[in-house]
Design a binder for this molecule. Structure first.
Ligand code: HEM
Length: 406
């Protein structure tokens, strides 16, 4: 049986991963952690797994779930319900257990099936074309502000029914709110609470508007589900809208930016991107995952990484580490857009498997090949700024030049 390793080196590695230097390139530290033991104990007692198979098991094991919101009071957040940021996250679909999770997910899942999402392809191609026209006209640009954020925010904004002129403000609001995915401190809440409250106030107004004048959008569908009876409360409606909107662009922005950085560092791979964008995007997801970490708590005894897990134990799966596990992937640190039998963990697994995976994949499959085709001289300009998060890996700023040498 494997033993859980708790050692000063483990604590140092885990702490380093929370720093800017550690986040710059977490992969050597993940590799070292995996070498030490497949399962280690963090300073806050959580059990951390780094192998592909164990990360997959953590996302899929039905004996693991999420801490119900009311239990947060017992783990250091007695006043969680008074914090809009915590309330909006911990009562959302992503943090629910069955049967509520099942009921809530069923309400929206039909909108995000691969077939339904493919219908959006022409609209996505059109948006990509327009953004690239603007990008091609500028010699220098911030790739995040000019492309990686506007594309997904406009796609999910159209789907949900958030008017175009209102979308830009959500970039900072969601960035501040989503800090609650990391270690929650009073400083984090100082920014996250007002951000979550502003999102809620905005969505309350928009839902009221849709109640008066329904449109052909997802928010109107949610409003009518609420009106039809006990399938959805108003709180649940607003929380669902906030989650869908935030999850709909935040992570896809990071996929596009991380993907671009990986492609520019491996120019020999560009023909493979054009030939098979589907395989290429799977590899970009694996190589530098926009979501690095997911957490669970045990309800019942189970076994993870060969270790007996007791009810109440907290588990953290380092998806970014599992994606580079040499037991699962040959030459895991090499970007290989033609990699066969790929299986990135980046969208999680089990009942919480990313609802938006088909949409995120489609956006990247359309956007990245077209970007490299239209702007073959695209280059990084220096001065990139990383997102201040352990869970969400990406950039807040990624300066590029588009016509180098012209
Ligand atoms: C759940 C990643 C894009 C909506 C998740 C989870 C991961 C993830 C890892 C599971 C979390 C867990 O198990 O605790 C990503 C990545 C994306 C992406 C890497 C982009 C590259 C999107 C998009 C949407 C979306 C475009 C738009 C609707 C959701 C929702 C959940 C979820 C609603 C919760 C599902 C549930 O709990 O049943 N995502 N996501 N995601 N994602 Fe995504």
């Amino acid at each position: 049986m494997t033993t859980v390793v708790e050692s000063p080196e483990v604590l140092t590695l885990l702490t380093e991963l929370t720093t800017l230097t550690g986040r710059e390139d977490p992969y050597p530290r993940y590799a070292r952690l995996r070498e030490i033991s497949p399962i280690v104990r963090a300073g806050d007692n959580a059990l951390v797994v780094t192998r592909h198979a164990d990360c997959a098991a953590v996302t899929r094991d039905p004996k693991l779930g999420h801490m119900p919101a009311h239990m947060l009071a017992f783990v250091g957040f007695p006043d969680w319900a008074e914090h809009p940021a915590l309330q909006q996250f911990f009562t959302s679909l992503i943090a629910q257990n069955p049967p509520d999770h099942t009921r809530l997910r069923r309400l929206v899942s039909s909108r995000f099936t691969a077939r339904r999402v493919q219908e959006l392809r022409p609209a996505i191609e059109h948006m990509v074309g327009e953004l690239l026209d603007d990008l091609a006209d500028s010699r220098e640009a911030d790739f995040v502000g000019a492309f990686a954020f506007p594309l997904p925010v406009n796609v999910i904004g159209e789907l949900l029914g958030v008017p175009k002129e209102d979308r830009a403000q959500f970039q900072t609001l969601v960035r501040d709110w989503s800090q609650v995915l990391d270690i929650i401190t009073p400083e984090v809440l100082k920014k996250a609470d007002p951000a979550a409250q502003m999102m809620r106030d905005y969505l309350t107004g928009l839902a009221a508007e849709r109640r008066r004048h329904p449109q052909d959008d997802l928010l109107s569908a949610l409003v009518s589900a609420e009106e039809e009876g006990d399938r959805l409360t108003e709180d649940e409606l607003l929380t669902m809208a906030a989650l869908l909107f935030a999850a709909g662009f935040e992570t896809t922005t990071n996929l596009l930016a991380n993907g671009l950085v990986a492609l520019l560092a491996n120019p020999g791979q560009l023909p493979a991107l054009a030939e098979d964008p589907v395989a290429a995007v799977e590899e970009l997801l694996r190589f530098d995952s926009p979501v690095q970490i997911v957490g669970r708590v045990a309800w019942e005894p189970t076994t993870i990484a060969g270790v007996a897990i007791e009810p109440g134990d907290r588990l953290v799966a380092y998806l970014g580490a599992g994606n580079r596990d040499p037991e699962r992937f040959a030459e895991p640190d090499r970007l290989d857009l033609r990699r066969a039998d790929n299986a990135p963990l980046s969208f999680g697994g089990g009942i919480h498997y990313c609802l938006g995976a088909p949409l995120a994949r489609l956006e990247a499959q359309v956007a990245l090949p077209e970007l490299m085709r239209r702007l073959p001289r695209l280059a990084l300009a220096g001065g990139a700024e990383r997102r201040n998060s352990l869970t969400l890996r990406g950039y807040t700023k990624l300066p590029v030049t588009t016509r180098e040498g012209k």
